[in-house]
Write a protein that binds this ligand. Structure first.
Ligand SMILES: [Mg+2]
Length: 322
């Protein structure tokens, strides 16, 4: 859908497990310890215990691995090797069409990095008019859902297409189209799922604490995604990443019912419930009348580590990478 590379994999027929460990920006095996700049733990970590320090080091190493600026000649070799093992979907269009015969295609789309570019200011991750038209055309023919870690309302404001399904907050906030055709078989009711609703007061409280705690670090930005939070590192000098991560951890350690994960230059705080983008996709497919069905061909296009939860439950995975 853009000029990015598109790779296809089929999890149900010999899914290559290396796919599940790929770094979004640089496909290939997970980084080995020490492959990136080491964090001097004893010097940097001031107010947390060694277990938390180790956890922060691991998160930051993983986050650095997700950064395109860290691409090395070694990772370029990994990229070439990975491409050989995962053919371009654009070269296999006829095969995809053949697979879809007699089946209902359902399309799932990640937002950041897939429909929009990754930009320094997450508030300005706008999609192009051409991309919006492509998504609009897709939705004319196939049930189409946007699945994002962002707040559902914010994603909708970027996409502005009311005929789509939206699953925000990593799938913890699902809403059916407000207009257009009703895809659900035998029902006129909208789909609505908010499995982490009880966490809303806690998330709001943690958001306030994080904003206060991180305001001393230039460039740090805390984004309230309603059912989860994002602490963006994109505009923070890398020498202060450890300090910022330490501040985040100092807040979240008071909330054992929340968990801390990493993405592309972002730490994310979300409820410790067994619900992710994969669960959201299964919920949507069931709502569409395709639970455990052989007459559906779900296609997911995404570029982020959190999309891997969705890859595990789908037939065809298209991965964008720069
Ligand atoms: Mg993404």
């Amino acid at each position: 859908m853009t000029n990015q590379n598109v790779i296809m994999s089929d999890p149900r027929s010999g899914f290559d497990s290396s796919l599940l460990s790929f770094s979004p920006a640089v496909p290939g095996p997970l980084p080995q310890p020490g492959r990136f700049i080491a964090v001097p733990a004893k010097k940097s970590f001031k107010n947390i215990d060694s277990a938390d320090a180790a956890r922060i080091t691991a998160l930051l190493d993983s986050m650095r691995a997700s950064s395109p600026t860290r691409r090395s000649s070694e990772t370029h070799e990994n990229l070439k090797s990975w491409i050989v093992r995962h053919p371009s979907a654009l070269d296999m269009f006829d095969e995809i069409i053949a697979l879809s015969k007699g089946k209902q295609i359902v399309v799932f789309l990640d937002y950041d990095g897939t429909l929009s570019p990754i930009v320094d200011d997450p508030e300005k991750a706008f999609m192009t008019t051409e991309m919006r038209e492509a998504v609009r055309d897709t939705a004319k023919y196939f049930p189409t859902a946007i699945v994002s870690g962002r707040c559902r309302a914010k994603v909708f404001n970027f996409v502005k297409l009311s005929e789509l399904y939206y699953a925000g907050s990593h799938g913890m906030d699902i809403k059916a189209p407000v207009k257009g055709r009703n895809y659900k078989k035998g029902s006129n009711q909208s789909v609505l799922c908010q499995p982490a609703k009880d966490f809303l007061p806690m998330i709001a409280k943690v958001y306030k604490s994080l904003v206060e705690k991180t305001k001393s670090i230039p460039g740090a930005k805390v984004e309230n995604n309603k059912f989860c939070l994002s602490v963006h590192f994109r505009r923070v000098e890398e020498k202060r990443w450890t300090e910022l991560a330490e501040q985040v951890k100092s807040v979240t350690k008071e909330y054992p019912k929340l968990r801390l994960t990493q993405g592309r230059k972002v730490l994310e705080i979300r409820p410790s419930i067994k619900w992710n983008k994969g669960n959201a996709l299964e919920f949507l497919l069931e709502s569409l009348g395709y639970a455990n069905s052989n007459d559906v061909l779900p296609i997911y296009i995404g570029d982020d580590r959190t999309d891997e939860d969705a890859f595990k439950v789908l037939s065809i995975v298209l991965i964008f990478f720069n």
